[in-house]
Design a protein around this ligand. Structure first.
Ligand code: OFO
Length: 165
């Protein structure tokens, strides 16, 4: 069994992961309206990944005899000034999620719940990857600037992403 305190914290993180998915899906829709289907595909894969993060935690809470309570998901932004503005927001958001995961690990340690500490290590590692991959996209967009040929080529490449849990 997990403690009520940790159960609540995990439910909070499930909501945060679902919000991430919702936000990235909104970003995918925005890219579609801007005729950047490759970026739209990339963001959609990102949204699917976040849904996977949420359901992985959902399964864990159930497995440990806890109770999943799903809360309302906040409305995400729907418009941005540029592709760079979108990806910068993703980078800021992922840094925020990393902090949430760190807080969750601290909660598991405080509760002396070793199984949860081990389970959460997967998320700690995943955040390192998430921050690195979005950081690379931000840097490449900065290099491209207003070069439309460069943006076209990058869109083609972004579209090759396939969701693999
Ligand atoms: Fe779930 O890692 Fe991003 O938010």
């Amino acid at each position: 069994m997990i403690s009520d305190k940790l159960n609540d914290a995990l439910n909070g993180q499930i909501n945060a992961e679902l919000y991430s998915s919702y936000l990235y899906l909104s970003m995918s829709a925005w890219f579609s309206t801007r005729s950047l289907p490759g970026f739209a595909t990339w963001m959609r894969c990102q949204a699917q990944e976040e849904l996977f993060h949420a359901t992985k935690m959902f399964d864990y809470v159930n497995e440990r005899g806890g109770t999943v309570v799903l809360e309302a998901i906040a409305k995400p932004d729907a418009t941005w000034d540029s592709p760079l503005a979108v990806l910068k927001q993703v980078a800021r958001h992922e840094a925020h999620v990393t902090q949430l995961i760190n807080d969750l690990v601290n909660c598991a340690l405080d509760e002396r719940d070793h199984a949860s500490t081990i389970f959460l290590q997967w998320y700690v590692t995943e955040q390192v990857e998430e921050e690195a991959s979005v950081g690379e996209v931000v840097n490449r967009l900065k290099m491209i600037g207003n070069d439309s040929a460069g943006m076209f080529a990058m869109d083609m490449e972004m579209g090759k992403r396939i969701f693999t849990p």
